[in-house]
Every structure is written in structure tokens, then in C-alpha cells.
Design a protein around this ligand. Structure first.
Ligand code: NAD
Length: 310
């Protein structure tokens, strides 16, 4: 499998490292408008590859170099500075997506390629990329709330003293400040969270739940304050999505696509089955009325931001 990564800054490099370490790709090509940066990243990653899976890693100086790619990952664009929200990046990154997607489409097989969008504001960039590319919605996939769900599971794991692997918890809606957590849908080993807490005598009162929601939504802000940017989490999330497609795993991931099935009218994250053809099915959980209202509000925010693109 050949992967192209467009934009090889902090995030693109982390994505390349994590994808390389999945062992399910044989070639990665890196493109950045800063060619020197892409060449340097390919050198460094190439050296790293000698210690692991045998993956060919090359920088390319124009889009012809991405020909033959099965998956194209878009990690180009401005990132958040301290105090900025993802939405603050809207106009700048809409211009980046509008620059990149037509060039990508001229050099890939439109019948089979999958595009993975990482650039923020994520859901709006997915909508734009899908519209410009004209690809089926299931093949233009944003990493969405995969990362937010991982953050929620990590925090819950510490409170519940149980492995993240045993926690079924999904963040829905926008990959951003309006993301939605429905506590009623969370389970541990198939046991509903409230029952789990009762049986294990763990107290998870409303105030603690609000704190967990806040920490989940604000994790990126905290990380950016501490280390200037986020990269490890998103690198691993994007690589997990690549693995799911490469191995046709049909796993349920909370990814963002422009969704016709549930009439959200926008790209947002829901539990979706991902396989070799991209997203092959989407589900809408039975939400509590409050969470349902929050999800509709999240959709309206995404729509408003998409309509604000100049
Ligand atoms: P960065 O500034 O380190 O790197 C961005 C790279 O994009 C640069 O190398 C730049 O030269 C390149 N670039 C910009 N415009 C381009 C164009 N038109 N064509 C080709 N290359 C172009 O930024 P970063 O920290 O790597 O972040 C990249 C994006 O990823 C940001 O939008 C950020 O918000 C997003 N991000 C998303 C998630 C997520 O969960 N989806 C998490 C973290 C970061």
C-alpha cells in the first residue's frame, strides 16, 4: 500500500512515523510546499525505517510523485497557537484545502483513492475536501473525534482503574469545542457505566463528569500550552485509521464524513464502520434528549462555519 502525506510539519511527520510503524504500508511519499522540509523529514524517517518495517520513504517535489497512492493524508495548514480555537484557522486552512485537493485529484485514481483529512477545523475541512474532490462521501474521511474518544477513554481509565481497551466510550459531533459526550452510552466490558460504578463502588458524581467532559474537550489547549502543539495522539489516530483501511478491518471508529445517512447535513463524527472502501456504514446511537440537542447544536456550528468560508 502506498500512502501520500501532504504537509509534513509537526503533525504530518508524526503521522508518517506512526503509519510507518503499522507495518501495513510499503511506501510513504511526503509532499510539502516547503520542499526542503519534506526532504529533511524523508531523510530522518528513512533512517528510522532501517530499525523497523522496511518502508520506502521519499520526499516528492510535485504532485506527480503521489501517483499510485491508495490513501492521501492531508496534514497541511496552520495550527492553533496558544489562545486560538480550531475555528480561528478556518479561512487560512480553507485556502490550503482548496489549493491541495484539485492537485491531488489530478494524480490519483478517483475510483479507489481514500483521502484522510487531519487539518483543522476538521469537520469543515472534510466538507470542503469532499465537495472539491467530488469523491463519494465515505472516501473523504476526517480523523474526527477518534482522538477525542481516546482522550475520554484515557481520563475514564484513570478514574475507573480499568484499561482503556475495556472502555467503550465515544465522543460525537464536532472535533472541537461543541463535541458531545453521552454518558448513557458508555460501557465497560459490556456493563453500562452506572451499573459498573455501582458494582465496583466507584463514585462518579455529576461534578466529576463535568470535569471529565471539560478535560476531554480542552486536552488540546492544555497540550499546546505545555509543548506548543499536539502531534503524538493525532499521529497514532491517523495511523490507526490507515491500518483499519489497509487491513479491511471493518472496525467502528468515530470518524467524520459528509453524512447522508443520518441527515445531519454536515460532516461530523458518529460511530462508523471503516474498511477497505472507507466508511461503509454509519450508526446513530440512541442518545438521551440532552445529548441529542447538543449533537444538533454541534451540527449547526459546523454548518455555520462551512457557510462562512469566503
Ligand atoms: P505545522 O505548521 O507544523 O505544519 C504545517 C505544514 O503544512 C507546514 O510544513 C507547511 O509548509 C505545510 N503547508 C501549508 N500549506 C500548504 C500547502 N498549500 N501545500 C502543502 N503544504 C502546505 O502545523 P502542524 O502542527 O503540523 O498542524 C497541521 C494541521 O493539523 C493544523 O491544521 C492543525 O490544527 C491540525 N491538527 C489536527 C489534529 C486533529 O485531531 N485533527 C490534531 C493536531 C493538529
Amino acid at each position: 500500500m502506498k500512502i501520500a502525506i501532504i504537509g509534513v510539519g509537526t503533525v504530518g511527520s508524526a503521522v508518517a512515523t506512526a503509519v510507518k510503524n503499522t507495518g501495513c504500508v510499503h511506501e510513504i511519499v511526503l509532499f510539502d510546499r516547503d520542499t526542503i522540509r519534506a526532504i529533511a523529514a524523508a531523510e530522518d524517517l528513512g533512517h528510522a525505517a532501517t530499525f523497523g518495517f522496511d518502508v520506502k520513504i521519499n520526499a516528492v517535489s510535485n504532485y506527480r510523485g503521489i501517483r499510485g497512492s491508495d490513501i492521501v493524508i492531508i496534514a497541511a495548514g496552520a495550527n492553533q497557537r496558544v489562545g486560538e480555537t480550531r475555528t480561528d484557522l478556518l479561512q487560512k486552512n480553507a485556502a490550503v484545502i482548496s489549493d491541495i485537493i484539485p492537485r491531488v485529484m489530478q494524480n490519483v485514481d478517483a475510483k479507489s483513492v481514500k483521502i484522510i483529512v487531519v487539518t483543522n477545523p476538521l469537520d469543515v475541512m472534510v466538507m470542503l475536501a469532499q465537495k472539491i474532490s467530488g469523491l463519494a462521501s465515505g472516501r473523504v474521511i476526517g480523523t474526527g473525534t477518534m482522538l477525542d474518544s481516546a482522550r475520554l477513554r484515557t481520563i475514564l481509565s484513570r478514574h475507573l482503574s480499568v484499561s482503556t481497551q475495556s472502555i467503550d466510550a465515544y465522543v460525537l459531533g464536532e472535533h472541537g469545542d461543541s463535541s458531545v459526550i453521552d454518558w448513557a452510552t458508555i460501557s465497560i466490558g459490556g456493563v453500562a457505566l452506572d451499573d459498573f460504578c455501582r458494582q465496583t463502588k466507584i463514585s462518579l458524581p455529576l461534578t466529576t463528569r463535568r470535569t471529565i467532559e471539560h478535560r476531554t474537550r480542552n486536552a488540546a489547549y492544555e497540550i499546546i500550552r505545555g509543548r506548543g502543539a499536539t502531534w503524538d495522539g493525532i499521529g497514532a489516530a491517523a495511523a490507526d485509521l490507515v491500518r483499519c483501511i489497509a487491513n479491511n478491518e471493518n472496525r467502528v471508529l468515530t470518524v467524520s464524513i459528509m453524512d447522508g445517512t443520518h441527515k445531519t447535513g454536515v460532516a461530523m463524527s458518529l460511530p462508523r464502520i471503516v474498511g477497505a472502501d472507507g466508511v461503509i456504514a454509519s450508526m446513530m446511537p440512541r442518545l438521551t434528549p440532552g445529548a441529542g440537542t447538543e449533537l444538533r447544536r454541534s451540527g449547526k456550528i459546523i454548518r455555520k462555519n462551512f457557510d462562512a468560508i469566503k
